[in-house]
Design a protein around this ligand. Sequence first.
Ligand code: SF4
Length: 207
Amino acid sequence: MKLTPKVLFEKLLAYYGPQNWWPGEGFEIAVGAVLTQNTSWQNVELALENLRENDLLSPQKILDCKLDNLKKLIAPAGFFNQKALYLRNLSKFFQCNPQPTREELLSVKGIGEETADSILLYLFNQPEFVVDAYTVRISNRLGFGEAKAKRFWKQYYENALEPDPRLFNEFHALLVQHAKTFCFKNNPRCSDCFLQDDCTFGKSKKG
Ligand code: SF4
């Protein structure tokens, strides 16, 4: 069977099972989406735990928190000077825009397309396909296309799939899982990968 995005989704789901994303709920999802920029989820968890312990997971509480204290608490997620300001921007924004559009979210300093789409998909259940570096890498290697632009791949997957937030939610999580299990940036484990026979890059590695 030709590998299409739908077939890819079914194969990933059959192999890994449901990923049950996003960990957390409500405003915490938006905070996590900012904190996860340029860092691993493990580091984000540490920062979120600090915010949870200090009861800071609401827009007003983040705005009331002293900036230096906020920086200290989110330090495990890295880039804490920037991210503390982004969290304040986002908190201010959420107080006036409890149901934001994509354009409105993108107008907030510190909220790029991937972060905006994560917030819209995982917090507001909107059918926005989230594309990260893992999605681009896997899509290129599988042979879906050579484009590097995240915007291209967002359109590609949204055109190929039903606009179903549950499907987009699971698909993104499965792609992340696949990138972390087999499709590493350097030295992907193609000979162990269940997608090797469907994958342009994987087939080229066969002896
Ligand atoms: S065969 Fe290799 S390149 Fe292709 S999806 Fe699997 S790990 Fe990635």
